[in-house]
Ligand binder design. Structure first.
Ligand code: PLP
Length: 475
């Protein structure tokens, strides 16, 4: 493909994407295909001869679109939406077009330094404090996912809390990691991948009447573990849990961890970006004292998967834990100590120029546009929550958290309510107009409505509410 032919085909691809996005709201959010249908539609053998791009686009229409869950559909309210604004799609295209591999500063200075500048600017815009900027001794990176961010934070914590011995001798079974029952499973996975075993996980109880970590209970567990000769390595405070959006008290947690050497990681994968709006910045109270902070641009900051933003307060922490320099990676820039090599901030060696899509988003919306986007979703969630509160037979399972609304049916018979709540969720999902997911709170089945898709407007939330009311028993 020469550049001129690429230009012609590129227009066709952009046309296809534009057409898809223009019409996605008319498609059923969830596909109605059986397992194996996609494979049954595709030939068993790969083409020996090249084929026209048009044939591939035809296959997208015929096979891929009907078997796709449309995450960019305005009726997508499941999990946490992964909002891929068209700005970020253009940024991804630019990144692919440049085709750089930014493992070292020297393998593409721009890939490294654009990322540094953006993460500094966002640290400031989120109010993380100067300690997380390069000038302040910390720094940020764009990981592929919050799961990877948690893993590398744990590896840095293992290194630091062992006084540097971990790199040589590994783990010894005394390490402990503190989470809550609501913490994302990626922390348990990180513990497993790091070879600590499930016994290393300490589940801290919540404060009475909440789903958020009790800092008092954490203090007791830390003291008891230290007295027993165990080694607290990492505490994960979640700002906006996956199930219900609960917020662990970061300031109180850092107050009780201060006497220990333990690393505090804040997983704000979904909710963290809300701190761009000053009115939500209290979510991050105490963040200036933590060791690492992560929030996903690919959930609620208009940036196509994957772009997880990770900051650490000590820029040496990840390289100290992870850096290995074989001869073939040696170069004078690295040797000078004047550059950041992001390969030392992650598990893989190679890395994409992810900053470009984030840059395209920030450039295209401006921080003001991003704030308006977040505020719009929060306002819609507040409206939906008020309708639910006013509706007999419906009840909020927990208070609304930003743009996440969790509710269940409530007629006073817990078993019947659970069955009816499940049936309601299934009926709405089967309609194809919306996609909702569930969680369990205090043993009760709960529907989650996560407002955050790029295309979701008030009319879509109104339509969802009409459908929920219409599908409830007795309506
Ligand atoms: N942490 C929280 C609080 C989440 O809600 C999620 C995903 O929903 C994750 C971590 C994992 O995110 P990722 O897919 O970026 O690893």
């Amino acid at each position: 493909l020469d550049p001129e032919e690429f230009r012609r085909l590129g227009y066709a691809v952009v046309d296809w994407i534009a057409g898809y996005r223009a019409g996605v709201g008319d498609l059923p959010v969830r596909p109605a295909v059986e397992p194996g249908w996609v494979r049954s539609q595709l030939p068993d053998t790969l083409p020996e001869a090249p084929r026209e791009l048009g044939a591939l686009l035809g296959e997208l229409d015929r096979v891929v679109v009907p078997a796709t869950t449309h995450w960019q559909h305005p009726g997508f309210f499941g999990y946490f939406p992964a909002n891929a604004s068209l700005h970020s799609v253009l940024g991804d295209l630019l990144s692919g077009g440049l085709g750089v591999q930014g493992m070292l500063w020297s393998t593409s200075p721009a890939a490294t330094e654009v990322e540094q500048v953006l993460l500094d600017g966002l640290a400031d815009a989120l109010g993380l404090g100067p300690a997380f900027t390069w000038a302040g001794g910390g720094g940020g990176t764009i990981a592929d996912s919050a799961s990877s961010a948690a893993l590398v934070a744990l590896l840095a914590a293992l290194h630091r809390t062992s006084g540097g011995a971990w790199r040589e001798s590994g783990v010894d079974g005394t390490e402990r990691v503190y989470v809550t029952a609501e913490t994302h499973s990626s922390l348990a996975k990180a513990v497993r991948v790091a070879g600590l075993g499930a016994r290393a996980l300490r589940v801290v109880p919540p404060s009475p009447g909440s789903l958020a970590m009790s800092a008092d209970a954490l203090a007791e567990m830390l003291a008891a573990d230290v007295a027993a000769g165990l080694r607290p390595v990492l505490v994960c405070a979640t700002v906006g849990t996956t199930g219900t959006g609960a917020v662990d008290p970061v300031a109180a947690i850092t107050a009780v961890t201060a006497p220990h050497r333990v690393w505090v990681h804040v997983d704000a994968a979904w909710a963290g970006v809300a701190a761009l709006c000053p009115e939500h910045r209290d979510l991050l109270d105490g963040v200036e004292h933590v060791d690492s902070f992560c929030t996903d641009a690919h959930k609620w900051l208009m940036t196509a998967f994957d772009a997880s933003l990770l900051w650490v307060r000590d820029a040496a922490a990840l390289p100290d834990a992870l850096s290995i320099t074989p001869e073939y990676l040696r170069n004078s820039a690295t040797d000078s100590g004047a550059v950041v090599d992001y390969r030392d901030w992650q598990v893989p060696l190679g890395r994409r120029f992810r900053a470009l899509k984030l840059w395209t988003v920030i450039h295209g919306f401006g921080l003001e546009g991003l704030r308006a986007h977040l505020r719009g979703h929060v306002a819609l969630a507040a409206e939906l929550a008020s309708w639910i509160e006013a509706e007999p037979g419906f009840v909020l399972a927990v208070p609304r958290s930003l743009s996440l609304v969790c509710f269940r049916l409530d007629t006073g018979d817990p078993d019947a309510d659970d069955r009816a709540t499940r049936a309601l969720l299934e009926r709405v999902n089967a309609s194809g107009t919306a996609l909702l997911t569930h969680t369990v709170v205090d043993g009760r089945h709960v529907v989650r409505v996560a407002i955050g898709s790029v295309a979701t407007e008030r009319e879509h939330v109104v339509a969802l509410w009409d459908r929920l009311r219409g599908a409830a028993p007795g309506s």
